[in-house]
Ligand binder design. Structure first.
Ligand code: AMP
Length: 177
């Protein structure tokens, strides 16, 4: 285990039965209290992509905004916020996807993803892959390319990487459970 992996798994706080019974919520916010570790996480997230062309970083609401923006700043590329329906003020592109019960809609400003660009998708955690693959659909709807996926945490037992692999094999995280 790398020292970054050890420090991150030490900082992550497990919250049982949040937001509903049976879910063990991985709370990454304690990392934000440590500015040094926050900076190390930014570098660790970028590292697997350092020899690739990345034209923008897309972050998924809301915990994907913390490091999505930091990564974009460090890579000196635009940051693209993807939000839940009804939050973005300008004209939007939408994508509806299935949840365990029902469905959800995510949105992006219609001019935020540039045609032909290589977009790195970031969120705090990969579970089933539904959210990240919905974000990938927004990228593809704009004729842009998914350069890869970046997470702090991957929950391997939920097999989200199987869902994302056909979109891009570049799927990286700092810790896995
Ligand atoms: P999924 O679409 O199933 O891959 O779920 C990923 C999204 O739900 C991410 O935005 C995560 O922040 C959130 N999420 C799902 N499961 C957890 C969990 N156990 N702990 C923290 N966040 C979670």
């Amino acid at each position: 285990m790398s020292s970054l992996e050890a420090k991150v798994s030490e900082a992550i706080r497990d919250i049982p039965d949040f937001p509903k019974p049976g879910i063990l919520f991985k709370d990454i916010t304690p990392i934000l209290e440590d500015h040094q570790l926050t900076a190390e996480v930014t570098d660790g997230l970028i590292k697997p992509f350092e020899n690739m062309q990345i034209d923008a970083v897309l972050g998924i609401e809301s915990r994907g905004f913390f490091w999505g923006l930091l990564m974009a700043q460090k890579l000196k590329v635009p940051f693209i916020p993807v939000r839940k329906e009804g939050k973005l003020p300008y004209k939007t592109l939408k994508h509806e996807y299935d949840l365990e019960y029902g469905s959800a809609v995510i949105e992006v400003h219609e001019d935020a993803i540039k045609e032909g660009s290589k977009v790195l998708i970031h969120d705090d955690l990969l579970a089933t892959g539904g959210t990240a693959s919905a974000a990938a659909s927004l990228v593809q709807k704009r004729q842009a390319e998914v350069a890869g996926f970046s997470f702090l945490v991957i929950l391997n037992f939920l097999k989200g990487t199987d869902v994302l692999k056909p979109i891009s094999p570049q799927i990286h995280s700092i810790v896995e459970y």
